[in-house]
Design a binder for this molecule. Structure first.
Ligand code: URA
Length: 447
């Protein structure tokens, strides 16, 4: 086999066999195939696509490129949740303690933010002392004792994806549905959970800008997971405006704590309840182990019951208690829950005012993410450091009526010079219209 021939085959719209895909992924991981040939092949995939079988074969080839996490030492069926990326997405911080408080183990691996999107690890690191790199042994023991642990990527999981993602990022080949599907699903499958719940974000702040593409990505990932025996459920959620009222690391943790105290914004809570309920429903369906035909209806019933259970964990304070226990277990200072002044905070807070009267409509969530990134809240390049203190507080959201001069956002900044750039970015993120604006439908579809 020659890489040259496989590039030409894909360039001309051909379908690759499993052996050919294995050859490409193994050859590139081992360094036998050079970057220039791999990027030519990836660009051919970008333009000509891959069918579901090729995508599944690429996913499994990437899984086999490294280790697979063995979660068998953790008692019970494990569920994982993954978001395709968003702005102001603090879902894991709320959902994980809620699900654990409902008695279901959460063994989660999370990533860091890049570009306009944030990452859970960066957010948790704004809690003084919080340790985000657990050994496999500590990780397993912690889940068994308190039902919750979260760590950054450990071990040699999917090295092929690491190399391919870096190449795609440097050559403008990120936005390809089969490449995104295989990248995400290879990591989820290697991470070992039997139930996988995917938050497929859709809108200006997400990879998928319209519902048709979000649906295609969701379907492809669900089929890959189901075909390798992992119950996979995708929830398509809106990402035309940031989720909740904050974008920035420490600020998002505070918002998550407020949500756990029952005082957060409704949109954050709704997404957490929806995804968390599907995680629990997926586990319970696996435990019941009925035939496939009854699955959907049974899953929906289990979901509705789990939803109520999760709401109770907020009402009775058990989710908040679980968050406290989790922070302490990972060496963080859990006093932050009662005293937000223990979080890093910015030097300046600058009010952004409405320049006219009317209804707010967020159209560019990515620009709201950039408004935080330029302050240092996110990273432009993989190795950049992030500033936990800075970010943007959003005081008026889509559908809200504002008067000229009202404060519609607050920029928390450490650098006066970057504040103006942040304000410019933020003002690109929304428009103010004369006519009433409908609020966005947050949960769009379940796949
Ligand atoms: N997230 C991933 O892990 N991979 C992609 O390709 C895109 C988003």
């Amino acid at each position: 086999m020659r890489m040259y021939d496989l590039i030409v085959k894909k360039r001309d719209g051909g379908e690759l066999t499993r052996e050919e895909i294995d050859y490409i992924i193994e050859g590139y991981t081992d360094g036998d195939i050079p970057d220039y040939q791999m990027s030519a092949w990836l660009m051919a995939v970008f333009y000509k696509g891959m069918n579901a079988r090729e995508t599944a074969d690429m996913t499994m080839a990437m899984v086999r490129s490294g280790d697979m996490l063995d979660l068998s030492a953790i008692n019970g069926i494990k569920a994982d949740k993954h978001s395709t990326g968003g702005v102001g997405d603090k879902v894991t911080l709320v959902l994980a303690p809620m699900v654990a408080a409902a008695g279901v183990p959460v063994a989660k691996m999370s990533g860091r933010g890049l570009g306009h999107t944030g990452g859970t690890i960066d957010k948790l690191e704004s809690i003084p002392g919080f340790n985000t790199s657990l050994t496999e042994d500590t990780f397993v023991k912690q889940v068994n004792s308190i039902k919750i642990a979260l760590t950054g990527q450990t071990g040699n999981l999917t090295p092929a994806d690491k190399k391919i993602y870096a190449l795609r990022d440097a050559t403008g080949i990120v936005d390809s549905i089969p490449l995104i599907a295989s990248s995400i699903m290879s990591k989820k499958i290697a991470a070992g959970a039997q139930v996988i719940v995917l938050d497929v974000t859709c809108g200006s702040g997400a990879f998928m800008h319209n519902i048709e593409d979000a649906r295609k990505l969701a379907r492809l990932m669900v089929d890959i997971g189901d075909n390798v025996g992992r119950r996979t459920i995708a929830v398509i959620t809106d990402m035309d405006e940031p989720l909740g009222n904050t974008v920035g690391n420490a600020m998002e943790v505070i918002e998550a704590v407020e949500t756990l105290k029952g005082r957060g914004s409704r949109d954050v809570l709704d997404v957490c309840l929806e995804l968390g309920a599907w995680m629990i429903a997926g586990i319970e369906a696996d435990m019941a182990d009925t035939g496939k035909a009854a699955d959907r209806q049974m899953l929906e019933q289990l979901h509705d019951k789990a939803y109520e259970r999760l709401e109770t964990t907020i009402k009775d304070g058990s989710a908040l208690d679980k968050f406290r226990e989790w922070i302490t277990a990972q060496n963080g200072n859990s006093a932050v829950i009662d005293d937000y002044s223990l979080f890093p905070s910015s030097k300046y807070i600058y009010d952004v005012k409405a320049d006219r009267t009317g209804y707010i409509r967020y159209t560019r969530a990515d620009e709201a993410g950039m408004a935080s990134m330029v302050l240092g809240g996110g990273r432009a390049k993989k190795d950049d450091a992030v500033n936990p203190a800075v970010g943007v507080e959003i005081c008026a959201k889509t559908g809200d009526y504002v008067h000229q001069g009202d404060v519609i956002a607050r920029i928390h900044s450490d650098d006066e010079k970057m504040t103006a750039e942040s304000e410019k970015r933020l003002k690109n993120a929304f428009v103010i219209e004369d006519n009433e604006v409908e609020r966005n439908m947050l949960i769009k579809e379940i796949v």
